[in-house]
Every structure is written in C-alpha cells, then in structure tokens.
Design a protein around this ligand. Structure first.
Ligand code: PLP
Length: 392
C-alpha cells in the first residue's frame, strides 16, 4: 500500500550520493515536480528499493516520503504533497528563540522591485542577501548549513577549531556560528580583503592570517594542510557540497515562492560567481522548473579584482555541473559606479559584487530582451566604504 511517511522515519542506507548523480536525480524530480516511483521499505522503515531517490528527496528538503511495502508501478506524487515547500515558512511576527533561528527563521530574504531603474518593458527585481543577520551576506546560509552538517556528523566530538579561507563573508558567517556553538575560528584572507573585513572578523573573535596569495587553489590547499597540522576542521566552502545544497533547498526554493506571490516568470536571473555555490544551485533549480529562463554569472574582468567574485578559471566546482547561459566580465570601476547608482537612485547600499551583478545586467539586457529580471545581490555595502571612499 502506498503511503506518506515523515522523512525522519525512513532510513535510506546510503551515507551520501556523488554530487553529479545527485544533480542528475534532482533535475529529474524538480522538472517533473513529482516523484514517479515510491520507495520500497521493509517493516523496520529501512529502504530496500530507491536509496538514491530517498537521499535526493531528503537533500531537497521534503517533509514526507512516498513509501510502499511492495514494488508499485509508476505513480505520480507531486512535490507539494510531499511538503517540498514547507522549509520556507515565513515568521510574520519575527519572534525568534535564538540567534541561529534569526537566520533560518527569517527567510526568505527580500525580493524588491527597483522602480526607478525599471521601465514598462524591463523590470529589475533584486534579491537582497544582505538581509541575512551575521555577515549581512548570502554566506550566512552556507556557514549555517556546513556547520549544521558537520555537527550532525561529529556530534560532541566536533573539533573545537575551524580553519577556513575566505574573502570575509564566509568567515563572518562561520565566526557567528562558532560564537553560538562555543567553537574557535582561524581564517585565511587573501591580500585583496579590506581592512574593514579583517577588523570585523576580529570583532567576532576569529583569528586572521592575511595571505599574500589571491583566493585560488593554492591558498585553499595551504589551509587544508594547516587544518591537518592543527587537528582542526576545514569545512572548505569551495568543495563542500553543503554549500550547493543549501541554496537548492532554501535560496532557490524561496525565490520560486516569491515569484508565485507576484505571478512572475522571469526572463533571466543574474548573480555573482565566487565558489559558484548559489548561482549553480539557482541555475539547476530554475532551468529544471521553468523552460526558457536564462541564468548568467558575473565575474571580474581579467586584471580586475572585485571582492567576493572570481574568474571561473581560478577553480570552481559546481558551475561545471550545471548549465549557464553566459558569464559576464565586469571591471571594478563598473561595479563601483553601479553601487553608487543603486544608492543614489534607489536608496540601497549594496556590496561591490552586487554592483558587478547590476553592471552585468546592463550589459546583457539589450540582447536578452524585455521582461522581468532577477538580480541576486550577495551582500550589504557597509563593508566597502573604504574602497568607495576614493570614488566620492
Ligand atoms: N559576492 C560576495 C560579496 C561574496 O562574498 C561571495 C562569496 O564569497 C560571492 C559574491 C559569490 O558567492 P558564491 O560563493 O556562492 O559563488
């Protein structure tokens, strides 16, 4: 008999799934908006058929799994019925029982129409990740999820020291999480990070080592070595699939609900590429669920440095596993003038990579055409006043 069972009551006997296989199965489930084959479980709740689908659905964040005690031919159970959207449950009164809950309980981050920068044929909507409470950036999501997964794995045996390479935001997010859990954080920041970024990390109690290297594979491998020497935990945002998964399970999903709220299917989504975590997940999600949506990444042009985003060839994991419609090069001066334009015409202060994303939008929009555009703005602008100073 087919029934729906709470996820925690079903044990799939796989520890993990290779990321490329997970992406393949997630694509199937997301584009069908349904599960077509129930899981077969024995009387103890152990899956005997459908291990991979079981794990895929758990990672995508459903509340219930469709199970049977015997093989059933194809049936279609929609994701809504499985509680796929229950993860996103806005808290209207904004009362939170911990600072950790202030993070995940306050999602979705706002989706805002930029009225002065829109016209009748092209509307610009921005998703303001700067409304996350710790680093005031998109990186709160991964700091929270990577540590949550590590706590599930290690329990009370979790190493007391974390080591991470960061261009500030992941460091700040992890520093907040370490404060909450009584852990210690050692960060390695590249030469390009501002003094403000370094000071903020120290305010949150993190130790900071400034490297003379940019944020490339070299620096990350060095940090891996340090973690081994110190018996520390290197969560490694560049390779840890929790980075990609949290955006698939929360960021992309909440954006779909926000689009439903205004009855909009966007022409294109534009965002920045650093580790490529959030834009790879958004590309996989929206391209699986909506035919024709275009997704673009933004990177610094050759010879330019823009904090938070990097050239694809400097080493990224997930962007190579999903489909993007293009990667747009932006110069620092274009990012800065876009930040000033956003502040002066719309009254919002965003970071330099958000400025770069807006500059990328301006570069592609004539070719992509009329419609609604979603720009993912990774962080708030308060950290960048030092860099902005010389342009005022
Ligand atoms: N913008 C800023 C300010 C960031 O801090 C980051 C990541 O560090 C990004 C963009 C890129 O995000 P992702 O690592 O998900 O590609």
């Amino acid at each position: 008999m087919l029934k729906l069972v709470r996820v925690d009551d079903v044990k799939c006997c796989l520890d993990d799934l290779h990321i490329e296989r997970f992406i393949e199965l997630a694509k199937e489930v997301l584009s069908a908006n349904a599960v077509n084959t129930p899981l077969v479980v024995n009387k103890d709740g152990n899956v005997v058929f459908g291990h991979e689908v079981c794990l895929t659905l758990k990672k995508l964040g459903v509340r219930y799994l469709p199970v049977t005690d015997d093989v059933v031919d194809r049936v279609s159970i929609s994701l809504e019925v499985l509680g796929f959207f229950n993860d996103v449950a806005p808290n209207a009164m904004k009362v939170f029982r911990s600072t950790e809950e202030l993070l995940y309980g306050n999602w979705p981050t706002p989706l805002v129409l930029l009225k002065n920068l829109s016209n009748t044929s092209k509307r610009v909507w921005v998703k303001l990740e700067g409304f996350n409470p710790f680093s005031m950036s998109v990186k709160d999501r991964i700091g929270w999820y990577m540590l949550k997964k590590a706590l599930e794995k290690y329990g009370s045996k979790i190493p007391r020291l974390l080591v991470e390479a960061t261009s500030t935001n992941t460091g700040l997010a992890l520093a907040s999480m370490c404060a909450i859990y009584g852990l210690k954080l050692l960060t390695y920041i590249p030469s390009t990070v501002s003094k403000t970024g370094e000071l903020l990390l120290k305010v949150f109690g993190a130790d900071v080592v400034r490297s003379d290297k940019p944020l490339t594979v070299d620096l990350i491998e060095g940090v891996e070595g340090v973690a081994k020497e110190l018996d520390a935990l290197h969560l490694n945002q560049f390779y840890n699939d929790a980075n990609f998964e949290v955006h698939l399970r929360y960021t992309a999903k909440e954006l779909e609900l926000q689009l439903r709220e205004v009855g909009m299917v966007p022409k294109a989504i534009v965002g920045g590429l650093g580790t490529s975590g959030h834009m790879s997940a958004i590309a996989l999600y929206f391209k699986s669920r909506f035919r024709g949506i275009k997704v673009y990444g933004t990177v610094p042009a050759v010879g330019t440095s823009i904090q938070g985003i990097r050239r694809v060839e400097s080493g990224m994991k997930w962007v190579h596993m999903v489909e993007l419609d293009g990667v747009v090069d932006v110069y620092l001066e274009e990012a800065v003038s876009s930040v000033l334009e956003l502040a002066r015409r719309e009254g919002i202060l965003v970071g330099l990579s958000s400025g770069a994303v807006y500059a990328a939008y301006k570069k592609i929009t004539d070719e992509v055409g009329d419609g609604d555009y979603i720009l993912i703005f990774p962080d708030h602008g308060f950290k960048y006043v030092e860099q902005l100073m010389k342009y005022l």
